[in-house]
Design a protein around this ligand. Structure first.
Ligand SMILES: NC(=O)c1ccc[n+]([C@@H]2O[C@H](COP(=O)([O-])OP(=O)(O)OC[C@H]3O[C@@H](n4cnc5c(N)ncnc54)[C@H](O)[C@@H]3O)[C@@H](O)[C@H]2O)c1
Ligand SMILES: [Zn+2]
Length: 375
């Protein structure tokens, strides 16, 4: 008697609309209560924040949530990347369960990218997922981390290795909070804004550079508009490839512009160089490499350097291309390459606003940056 062939049953999973609104403006944090109760009625909200941000902006968020009828609990973690750890994640989950947070309640992540990534993962995991509202308070979080749904904590083996996609219900980008953000942190966000312009809009690139002084002064007549444009450019990219499944075209991989060399500098410095500062050097690298490969007309690197300098971002790339630092850089890129299953998709520029992708090895990248023909 022959064994019957296995039966294959198809389980349909109808797509859900996971779209969300991003509100950008001065004072929008006061709307958080209205947003979380827009089309549902949670009973409780958990604000996840850090010790710098909670004392500054916890009260306005709490008042707004309470005015909308919610009971509020607050948790603050120590500021900094070290809080993006599984231990901190599990402790938060345990605390929220003890406090009686339910399946229909909401997590409000109030802080920089660390809090957004950590609080977002808390929301994704608590009882298989509860609603999340992102209230980003650093410029990096406002123009980058809070939009796109990536949430994660770090593992000893690397950054963001324990994570998932969990799309927020809403994102509230209150540009008035940037007044208390330290200047070096603001500059890190400007590097990501410049990246969005370099990838998708020469006009945005120029507006960010021309607006440097107004941005540094947190001018309310300039800041919300430029932040909103930068968010819109990133949002359009992630909407084309929400789960980062495509390896080219207009997909999320393009957002790695400046990040191949940038990540490697961050890692090689033992994370002494801030992410945004490393990305600034990575943007210069991408411009230089694009010129070296003849992908763009000469002058792109000079234009990028002028832009970075106007935004008071670092431009000293060459110090990373010789000696021990270069070796550490090559090792860090080789590590990323291994993780990406053997090849690096390097994002280059045919012009400001026109990205293109290359496959390159770490040695080829370093040779091109040093002005040598690849071996
Ligand atoms: N999920 C994503 O798509 C994505 C994208 C980019 C970065 N990230 C992650 O974001 C993190 C970096 O984010 P970050 O640069 O915001 O770092 P961060 O969260 O550590 O914030 C930087 C510092 O600024 C303080 N701060 C934040 N807002 C403030 C305010 N309004 N006033 C005063 N101080 C304020 C914080 O307490 C912290 O000390 C990294 O972990 C990175 O992996 C994630
Ligand atoms: Zn970045």
């Amino acid at each position: 008697m022959s064994t019957p062939a296995p039966r294959v049953l198809e389980v349909a999973v109808p797509p859900r609309d996971l779209g969300y609104s991003v509100h950008v403006g001065e004072g929008v944090l006061a709307r958080v209560g209205a947003e979380v109760t827009r089309d549902r009625q949670p009973r409780r909200a958990a604000i996840v924040s850090d010790h710098n941000v909670l004392p500054l902006y916890g009260p306005v968020v709490r008042r707004s949530l309470e005015a909308a009828g919610l009971a509020v609990v607050e948790h603050a973690v120590p500021p900094g990347e070290a809080s993006k750890r599984p231990e901190v994640l599990v402790a938060l989950l345990g605390a929220l369960v003890d406090e009686g947070l339910g399946r229909r309640d909401v997590v409000v992540a109030l802080g920089g990218g660390v809090v957004g990534d950590l609080g977002g993962l808390v929301a994704a995991l608590l009882m298989r997922g509860v609603d999340l509202v992102q209230c980003p308070t650093s410029l990096v979080a406002q123009v980058d981390a809070s939009v796109g749904g990536k949430v994660a904590v770090d593992l000893p083996g690397g950054k963001n290795l324990l994570g998932t996609f969990w799309f927020p219900r809403a994102v509230l980008v209150d540009t008035s909070v940037l007044r208390t953000l330290p200047d070096v942190e603001l500059a890190c966000g400007l590097a990501e804004m410049l990246k969005h312009g370099a990838l998708f809009s020469a006009e945005h690139f120029e507006q960010v550079v021309e607006g440097a002084a107004s941005l540094a002064a947190r001018d309310p007549a300039v800041l919300p508009g430029l932040v909103a444009t930068s968010v819109a450019l990133k949002a359009a990219c992630v909407a084309r490839d929400p789960l980062e499944l495509s390896d080219g075209g207009g997909g999320r991989v393009l957002l790695n512009l400046g990040h191949t060399v940038g990540h490697a500098i961050e890692a090689a410095s033992g994370y002494a160089v801030r992410h945004g500062e490393a990305v600034a050097l990575g943007l210069r690298a991408a411009a230089r490499l694009s010129e070296a490969r003849g992908l763009c007309p000469p002058g792109l690197e000079a234009r990028m350097v002028a832009a970075l300098a106007a935004l008071r971002l670092p431009i000293e790339l060459d110090a990373w291309l010789e000696g021990e630092r270069a070796e550490a850089l090559a090792r860090a890129m080789a590590h990323d390459k291994k993780r990406a299953a053997g090849s690096i998709t390097y994002i280059a520029l045919a012009a400001i606003g026109q990205p293109c992708t290359l496959r390159l090895s770490p040695d080829e990248i370093l040779d091109l940056l040093r002005g040598r023909a690849p071996r």
